[in-house]
Design a protein around this ligand. Structure first.
Ligand SMILES: C[S@@+](CC[C@H](N)C(=O)[O-])C[C@H]1O[C@@H](n2cnc3c(N)ncnc32)[C@H](O)[C@@H]1O
Length: 199
């Protein structure tokens, strides 16, 4: 299936859409988000410590990357497409202060929201950058675990994004991601429109 939108078009439209979602997530998704989504996906909201309601509300992931494998004490973790930062905060609960958790998000407003959320929790082992999955701003072999939740499907250059993930993952590290997949090709007219692209 060929994407009719250019990579720049997709990035620009994702920026616009998620800048709005960073202000209000209400009625923006066809699947459960926030607390309802987290409970449906099996997140342990008690075990993850006391997470403020505002951070819980910002969750719009499509699965639970922590159900795929452990994040260990002291791990260096990347959340690729961190949104409002719920999974960053959750990962930092597992790494403890000896580990570090980095989040990147294409959309500056979303990255800023995650930054504010982390500051509000007083977490000093987390850091957020506005950056694209297609050009991850870290050195080769940096991370023990990379998580991603509902982001790769939004990348117009999926192979490039996955190569970037592989590049910054340490040998033997784990990539634990949840995403949206197509079982079949989409009709042409859906491929040509951004809402079809982004679900
Ligand atoms: C469905 S939301 C999921 C956010 C977060 N992972 C969560 O679970 O709440 C997708 C996120 O991916 C970000 N995103 C989309 N395309 C991206 C790209 N090419 N590189 C980095 N982030 C991207 C969006 O800005 C948005 O915050």
């Amino acid at each position: 299936m060929k994407n009719k939108l250019s990579s720049n078009d997709v990035h620009e439209k994702v920026r616009r859409k998620y800048a709005e979602i960073s202000c209000s997530i209400r009625d923006r998704f066809k699947y459960p988000t926030g607390r309802e989504g987290l409970l449906m996906l099996g997140y342990d909201l008690q075990g993850a410590g006391a997470i403020p309601e505002g951070i819980i509300e910002s969750f719009c992931g499509v699965g639970n990357p922590f159900s795929l494998g452990p994040v260990r004490h002291g791990d260096i973790v990347l959340d690729a497409g961190c949104g409002g930062g719920f999974d960053v905060v959750t990962a930092s609960h597992f790494t403890g202060p000896e580990g570090r958790v980095y989040g990147i998000d294409l959309v500056p407003e979303m990255a800023e929201k995650a930054r504010r959320n982390i500051v509000s929790m007083g977490l000093s082992n987390c850091e957020i950058q506005a950056a694209a999955l297609e050009a991850v701003p870290f050195n080769d072999n940096t991370f023990d675990v990379i998580i991603s939740n509902g982001t790769i499907y939004l990348s117009p250059l999926k192979e490039k994004s996955l190569r970037e993930v592989y590049r910054v993952l340490k040998p033997g590290g784990c990539f634990q991601f949840a995403d949206v997949v197509l079982n079949d090709d989409l009709p042409e007219k859906v491929v040509a429109c951004f809402d079809g692209w982004s679900g």
